[in-house]
Design a binder for this molecule. Structure first.
Ligand code: SAH
Ligand code: SF4
Ligand code: F3S
Length: 440
């Protein structure tokens, strides 16, 4: 038997890309590839890219440039670009970077085996179609290998919201939900391979409305179906849109023990004028009321958010409204970004904010969010939380895992193994993690 070919995948962007990279590795696994952690010994390199901000997209070209020497040494090396930059700029990539043999958009990964064969025959291939079929159903080369305790599972893809700043509706296409039975089968399979926690993924995951045996299921109904799987201990989902936060999902946060008390609910801005221009279809007030209802159902829930500062025409007063909203909500964690102009999106044509003003606002917002994050993390000290251990820590005998609230927790002299869920008392709060002791 010939030695297996080696595949190096580098993943950028959101969790959906992480999930997709795993699926691509499985698809090429069927063609005799094994994954390697180093580009240097690869026979095929895939960059799974992100187009969300300009910096993210530009990284791809600089990364590709670095493979020049490698390709010169190894003419058989194949280089591919996948993900959202591939979708948005496929032809430009081929033009700008002759090293690239293959460009594959996020909806065509199931065609990778054929594409790989073509590159081996010396062809260049580009596939950025939006085919009708469920790519994940076609990606069936799944070896029954053991897995770590946590996994992502994509249940919904694409977006119909068209926020004025965002490329996702163009790179990922229209919103589509996967049928529930396929998701449940995949979840069952993951659990049989050692997974204890599943994070359901979708660009608008709470808009999920996949086909079930008796009509469409909401995300909450899907969660209740997953709740029945023995051995699955924790369920999470991300990312949600405020307008799709239905009552049954809010209730599930209060009543489903496996559903973790953590919710990523991006608001983007606190000024209604800006929210309107962003085409967000919610107001600051409606968002705050929604958070109140969620906290009424699950008082200890940790709220996470996304923010954009310096959106076209944002004034200092608009920005203050964002700061006020943050003060009111109190975030346990958050991601904040300076607005990045994305060609082809409606906001790209509008009057831009002075970059120095935007930088200054971003710094002020991040200082506030960091302070809140710190306070929420510190407030865990003295509390008992569930921790799912994932791996050994840096110190001998130490284990690390995530709390119900998604804080990193480490425990010294720990007898627990990876995959074990334990009750832990939090004893200290460090720079980026908590220290705890297993109870009992
Ligand atoms: N579907 C998710 C988010 C997708 S992108 C949602 O609707 O919440 C992740 C985050 O990137 C967004 O929430 C937004 O805060 C940020 N983002 C998207 N486009 C951006 C842009 N053009 N400039 C800066 N940040 C952006
Ligand atoms: Fe982008 Fe808005 Fe869709 Fe989120 S909801 S993916 S920010 S268009
Ligand atoms: Fe980036 Fe595409 Fe995800 S643009 S954030 S990788 S959906």
């Amino acid at each position: 038997m010939s030695a297996p070919k080696k595949l190096f995948i580098k993943t950028y962007g959101c969790q959906m890309n992480v999930y997709d990279s795993e699926r691509m590795a499985e698809a090429l696994g069927g063609e005799g590839y094994v994954e390697t952690k180093s580009a240097d010994d690869a026979d095929m390199i895939l960059l799974n890219t992100c187009h969300i901000r300009e910096k993210a997209a530009e990284k791809v070209y600089s990364e590709l440039g670095r493979f020049k020497g490698l390709k010169a040494e190894k003419p058989d090396l194949k280089i591919g670009v996948a993900g959202c930059v591939a979708q948005a700029e496929g032809e430009e990539i081929m033009r700008r970077q002759p090293l690239v043999d293959l460009v594959v958009g996020p909806q065509s990964y199931h065609r990778l085996p054929e594409m790989e064969a073509k590159t081996r025959a010396g062809e260049k291939v580009l596939d950025t179609d939006f085919p009708e079929e469920d790519k994940f159903e076609k990606l069936k080369n799944r070896p029954k290998a053991k897995r770590g305790p946590t996994a992502f599972l994509t249940v919904q893809e694409g977006c119909d919201k068209f926020c004025a700043f965002c490329v996702v509706p163009y790179t990922r296409g229209a919103e589509v939900s996967r049928p529930a039975d396929r998701i449940l089968r995949e979840a069952q399979d993951l659990v049989e391979r050692g997974v204890r926690e599943i994070t359901l993924l979708g660009q608008n995951v709470n808009a999920y409305h996949g086909a079930g045996a008796n009509g469409e299921l909401t995300l909450a109904q899907l969660i209740w179906e997953l709740d029945k799987i023995d051995g699955l201990e924790r369920i999470r989902f991300t990312t949600s849109h405020p307008n799709d936060m239905q009552d049954d999902l809010i209730e599930a946060h209060g009543s489903c023990a496996k559903l973790m008390p953590y919710l990523h609910l991006p608001v983007q801005a606190g000024s209604d004028r800006i929210l309107k221009r962003m085409n967000r279809a919610h107001t600051a007030e409606s968002y705050i009321r929604l958070i109140e209802r969620i906290r009424a159902a699950r008082p200890d829930i940790l709220i996470s958010g996304d923010f954009i500062v310096g959106f076209p025409e944002e004034t200092e007063e608009d920005f203050q409204a964002t700061m006020d909203l943050v003060e009111e909500v109190k975030y346990g964690t958050a991601y904040s970004f300076k607005y990045s102009t994305r060609p082809g999106t409606p906001a790209a044509e509008r009057p831009q904010v002075d970059p120095a003003a935007a930088d200054d606002r971003l710094q002020r917002l991040q200082a506030l969010l960091t302070r809140q994050q710190r306070e929420v993390q510190d407030s865990m000290v003295g509390r008992e939380v569930g921790v799912l251990f994932e791996k050994t820590g840096r110190l001998p005998g130490q284990m690390v895992g995530k709390s119900d609230y998604l804080h990193a927790v480490h425990v010294a002299d720990c007898s627990c193994e990876a995959g074990e869920l334990a009750r832990v008392r939090i004893v200290a709060s460090g720079a980026n993690s908590l220290a705890g002791e297993v109870i009992g």
